[in-house]
Design a protein around this ligand. Structure first.
Ligand SMILES: C[S@@+](CC[C@H](N)C(=O)[O-])C[C@H]1O[C@@H](n2cnc3c(N)ncnc32)[C@H](O)[C@@H]1O
Length: 219
């Protein structure tokens, strides 16, 4: 990781998007109908065999899987499934040492995997979403996880959901959207860390960005 400081997220949004509540209600009432591509079924089948009915920790959008390696060591009795659509990022995971036996790296789109995981009723213990792409333009609301039709599926997967971001508005929106589905208030917390668990977290700490976390028990 370079020593350059990363700039703060810039957006014309000054608070949570005005269309968020309407959008979450809309997606809550309809399930995704888009077909799932064949290659996604193949990737899921590999993961499903690896899980073999055990409890799962998901690291969605894991990037180079640094956090996934840590999770696998922290939860030796679970299967850790690290998902990222970028093969280039996943290939960099070899720099973290020997891959733990309870860790599977999966090149796949979370949108397809989460639907298949929900259908297969995996038992999710913990679900990490570390530094999802913020999509800071107001017109990109539906690309943020909480503004996407997949959001109710993500919540339905269960477990303890942990989302981290360096954009306060993303955390506020994520908590607001979760609160709508869970029908209870969900808080955001300011993170104070000495040690980074992912490359993006390290970059943001080095750049002295404020970091935010949303944690919710979904079961
Ligand atoms: C900002 S990076 C954060 C990576 C890592 N969690 C970290 O903190 O270093 C976001 C990651 O999400 C992945 N990603 C974005 N959309 C995805 C999707 N629909 N399915 C799988 N991975 C996705 C990207 O490829 C990228 O690696």
């Amino acid at each position: 990781m370079s020593e350059c400081k990363s700039s703060q997220i810039e957006s014309s949004q000054i608070g949570p998007h005005k269309n968020l509540v309407k959008l979450v209600h809309k997606y809550q009432q309809s399930c995704m109908q888009d077909s799932i591509p064949k290659h996604a079924y193949s990737a899921f089948e590999i993961a499903n065999q690896f899980v073999a009915g055990d409890t799962v920790v998901l690291d969605s959008g894991c990037g180079t899987a640094e956090s996934s390696y840590r999770l696998a060591k922290q939860f030796p009795d679970t299967k850790v499934i690290a998902i990222d659509k970028s093969i280039i990022r996943l290939q960099r995971s070899h720099t973290h040492g020997q891959q733990p036996e309870n860790l599977l790296l999966l090149q796949a789109d979370c949108i397809h995997m989460w639907r298949l995981i929900q259908q297969a009723q995996w038992e999710i213990q913990k679900h990490c979403l570390f530094y999802p792409n913020p999509w800071p333009k107001p017109g990109h609301l539906q690309r943020r996880w909480h503004g996407h039709p997949i959001f109710p599926t993500l919540v339905a997967l269960g477990g303890v959901l942990i989302m981290r971001t360096n954009w306060k508005i993303y955390a506020q929106e994520f908590a607001q959207a979760l609160g709508i589905i869970l029908e209870r208030p969900v808080a955001i917390a300011a993170l104070s860390l000495n040690d980074a668990v992912t490359p993006f977290e390290r970059k943001y700490l080095h750049s002295e960005h404020s970091l935010y976390e949303v944690i919710a028990e979904l079961d």
